[in-house]
Design a protein around this ligand. Structure first.
Ligand code: HEM
Length: 407
């Protein structure tokens, strides 16, 4: 239990952290990796370089600190992060390491302003916050291991099939090397994949949504090859998977995780909206819906640049054709001349509120969406302008969770 005085100090220093938060977490990561280079095996180096992870951690720390006397308020956020931590294999023993380096970074950045009293208060607060995460994650580790077909840590899977879905997206069908059962998952969940790239000092971990329905003898992930441009480097892991991982090769996976999941009990119409490779969790949801609740109305809306980069178009179209309650709608931002000739899409440009209103006449529907951040901001705004209640809007970020509010 934190004393009243400690709580007061923490709350009064939150604004200071807000000013220096990102500087502190940047410094923290420098110190962390200098003191514990082995942690470079678990952190995503690309996110570090782009500064996304420092900001995500900073935001989580502000939120926790501002709610230090009522941490139950941030439990939903804790759970979402804990899913990611559990999927990465983060351990209780790593929390004090993070705590020590965070406090050292606070001291370093704040200088004399970080009095002994302030440091003491933050040290205690970190302990309390860390314990909440450790407890939530302990339950998740137990559940993942005890589930039928479940397991702890990384389990080797063989690539049974590698299927090109578009110019940029390839699916990998993964079966467990031990030939035993694999755990069920909820559509929308992801797995962490571990790769050792020849010549690289550290292992790389990445999360990929499961793109097929649960209850099969394999998991499927569908990976976009990230080419990179002058603004961002190419995706090391996605290129490795595309170029160097073939049928028969082995990838290590942790058990499925994530809280962006389809509510299968809800009987109302459901609208699945995706942009680019954001279609992967949506395809899992669509496959599950048509199999488990074929009477439920489902709208599958997908935005791509054009048909060349449009993955799984045929499979999705055929699936929808067999189900009277499922409809598909394609939106191309840059249709090719062939696309125009064949009229292979329903709308040119971007997904707008007007178009959504036109294709989804239902007053009460649940919305799920995933895609690049600018796309998600646009969809979120469109849904808000249509008056869709916040409770019916569900979305997933690929990469560290951010904000969809207009800046
Ligand atoms: C991801 C917060 C402790 C390792 C994250 C994210 C947040 C966060 C907000 C981003 C979640 C997302 O991607 O949606 C925290 C807080 C902690 C804590 C508040 C302490 C109370 C730890 C510890 C470790 C760790 C002890 C292990 C050394 C990671 C890793 C990621 C992550 C590897 C994935 C991000 C990446 O690789 O870019 N954490 N974390 N975290 N966390 Fe933590």
């Amino acid at each position: 239990m934190l004393s009243e005085q400690m709580i007061r100090i923490i709350k009064s220093t939150v604004p200071v952290l807000e000013v220096h938060g990102t500087a502190i977490t940047k410094r923290f990561y420098q110190m962390l990796f200098t003191n514990h280079p082995e942690l470079l095996n678990v952190f995503n180096h690309a996110n570090q370089k782009q500064g996304k992870q420092p900001t995500a951690l900073a935001n989580a720390v502000y939120a926790a600190a501002a709610n230090i006397d009522q941490l139950e308020n941030i439990l939903p956020a804790v759970k979402q992060i804990a899913h990611k931590h559990r999927s990465l294999g983060i351990t209780a023993e790593q929390y004090p390491i993070v705590g020590q380096n965070l406090l050292a970074a606070i001291k370093d950045v704040l200088g004399d302003a970080a009095t002994d009293e302030i440091i003491q208060a933050w040290s205690e607060a970190y302990g309390v916050i860390a314990q909440v995460f450790i407890d939530v994650e302990a339950e998740m580790y137990q559940a993942a291991e005890l589930a039928e077909g479940g397991w702890a840590g990384f389990r080797p899977f063989t690539v049974a099939r590698k299927v090109k879905e578009s110019e940029v997206i390839t699916s990998f069908y993964l079966v467990p090397q031990d030939g035993k059962a694999i755990s069920a998952f909820l559509p929308g969940q992801y797995v962490t994949v571990k790769v050792n790239i020849a010549g690289e000092e550290y292992t790389h971990l990445r999360q990929y949504s499961l793109s097929d329905k649960p209850g099969q003898s394999f998991y499927r992930i569908s990976v976009k090859r990230e080419e990179g441009d002058e603004h961002k480097p190419g995706g090391k892991v996605s290129q490795y998977l595309h170029n160097s991982i073939n049928e028969g090769d082995v990838l290590e996976l942790t058990a499925p995780a994530g809280d962006f999941t389809l509510d299968v009990e809800d009987e109302r119409p459901v609208v699945l909206i995706s942009g680019g490779v954001g279609l992967t969790p949506m395809v899992s949801m669509l496959n599950t819906l048509v199999e488990q609740t074929p009477e439920r109305k489902v709208y599958f809306i997908h935005a791509a640049r054009n048909s060349q980069v449009h993955a799984m178009k045929q499979a999705i179209t055929e699936l929808a054709k067999q189900h009277s309650q499922a409809s598909v709608h394609w939106c191309y931002s840059e249709p090719s001349s062939e696309d125009r000739m064949q009229q292979s899409y329903n709308k040119e440009g971007f997904i707008t509120a007007e178009w959504l209103k036109e294709i989804v006449p239902d007053q009460s529907a649940a919305y799920y969406f995933c895609g690049p951040v600018p796309f998600m901001k646009q969809i979120n705004q469109a849904l808000q302008s249509l008056g869709v209640p916040q409770n019916d809007i569900h979305y997933e970020f690929f990469g560290p969770k951010g904000s969809l509010e207009a800046e």
